[in-house]
Design a protein around this ligand. Sequence first.
Ligand code: KG4
Ligand code: ZN
Length: 341
Amino acid sequence: MKKDQWILGIETSCDETAVAIIKNGCEITANVVASQIESHKRFGGVVPEIASRHHVEEITIVIEEALKQANLTFPELDAIAVTEGPGLVGALLIGVNAAKALAFAHNKPLVPVHHIAGHIYANRLVTEMKFPLLALVVSGGHTELVYMKAHGHFEVIGETRDDAAGEAYDKVARTLNMPYPGGPHIDRLAQEGSPTINLPRAWLEEGSYDFSFSGLKSAVINTVHNAEQRGEVIMPEDLAASFQASVIEVLVKKTVKAVAEYGVGQVVVAGGVAANKGLRQALEKEFSEKPDVELVIPPLSLCTDNAAMIAAAGSVMFDRGIRADLSLNANPGLDIEIYNH
Ligand code: KG4
Ligand code: ZN
């Protein structure tokens, strides 16, 4: 009988200190997330220095908690996987150094993981990934369409040229005086309103799978300011619904077009904005009419940053022989295609 594989994953790229242990690449045995949102809220966004300080305080506690949850000890682990990048350099460094210390002290292989590869592999914790597939990545820092012909092989066919979808959500929320992170608030408000305000859709050049959300964000801000100057009242729920309708229409149409062009049988959705109710409903409606394409959207807790996704991606990287040595450094601008071959 094949021995079980246990991978411990560490994620500290932004404002969650997270550690998880995954069995055989797809079963969550422990999943601990210490969120710092409360500390960053009053600043209206993530403050890098505060994030690093929290990671330092939390990391050892979170590692111990994950081992306790899994009822495992270090010698039983097969490898330590860690987010190498992209993300905030000071935040990433805490996770990378913790992972290096564990790998060194317990003589375990060290596996570097790309944060977005992790988001995509959250889907492996839900169902089997079937290739070729298309991943729609919508997070706070990234909006990408990624084609995967096989495990561990990523081809970015489109990406944002300016703001990421989550970033646009957070900035629009700020304009409407909502707390950070604004995505969930806009999402909730949008369910109560109607998309009655005309806002632009950035389709870009014919055939491009790239995205652009900064024009839309500016259009929302201008709409609010113009109304204020004229003394008109805009219903925030209608503005939220109109903004959300624009984001969703572009995301869904480009995804559907890429699915047809690349002939994939599975679409996986990844990143914090995949928690968006409107986006989930729109994708579900679209793909319910296409029975030959399977749509997979992880549960909310696996959409936002966590380490279970890093361990799941780490398992694939480990099986492919990808290793880092103790010279591993945080890489805030890491390219997802770097480990393709
Ligand atoms: O993937 P993630 O946890 O962190 C990054 O890797 O960036 O994504 C965080 C982003 C934030 O911008 C947050 O506002 C957004 O995901 N988000 C949402 C929703 N839940 C989280 N955006 C829209 N609707 C939501 N329900
Ligand atoms: Zn993320």
